[in-house]
Write a protein that binds this ligand. Structure first.
Ligand code: ATP
Ligand code: MG
Length: 140
């Protein structure tokens, strides 16, 4: 399998509960390497642009409000099949459906406050990485 890069976001519900280390350990235990990392606060415009594909969904306004409610940690993860592997470690969007041992099963509060984001395909991964990081800030 090819080495890939994917974008991860540790969401405000997780930073608020001081879970960043526990979540990063899950990535590392799965063989993913953190090759760029930044703690930041998303602006309303950032969050609206990042989740633009969901603009028409009924939960969009709430999702944006949640994503700007506290700090996030944006990261680039690298590894064999990193995009799918990260989604596997994250678990299903709704924690009620997430498999045992996944981040969302162990830590998520709800379908909205579900602790992590992960890119869902190669093209979105490339675009989402570019949204947050310059090439110079990514060190593998
Ligand atoms: P993400 O894109 O954050 O990695 P995902 O790909 O599992 O998660 P999406 O369908 O892309 O899920 O939804 C993006 C985010 O919107 C979810 O992670 C969650 O925070 C929120 N969300 C999704 N569905 C709902 C819903 N029905 N009600 C409230 N919030 C939702
Ligand atoms: Mg998604």
């Amino acid at each position: 399998m090819a080495v890939e890069r994917t974008l991860s976001i540790i969401k405000p519900d997780a930073t608020r509960r001081n879970l960043t280390g526990k979540i990063i350990a899950k990535f590392e235990d799965a063989g993913l390497r953190v090759i760029a990392s930044r703690r930041m606060r998303l602006s309303q415009a950032d969050a609206e642009a990042f989740y633009g594909v969901h603009r028409e969904r009924p939960f969009f306004a709430d999702l944006v409000k949640f994503m700007i409610s506290g700090p996030v940690v944006v990261q680039v993860l690298e590894g064999e099949g990193a995009i799918a592997k990260n989604r596997e470690v994250m678990g299903a969007t709704n924690p009620a459906n997430a498999a045992p041992g996944t981040i969302r099963k162990e830590f998520a509060e709800s379908i909205e406050a579900n602790s992590v984001h992960g890119s869902d395909a190669p093209e979105t991964a490339a675009n989402e990485i570019k949204f947050f990081f310059r090439d110079l800030d990514i060190v593998s």
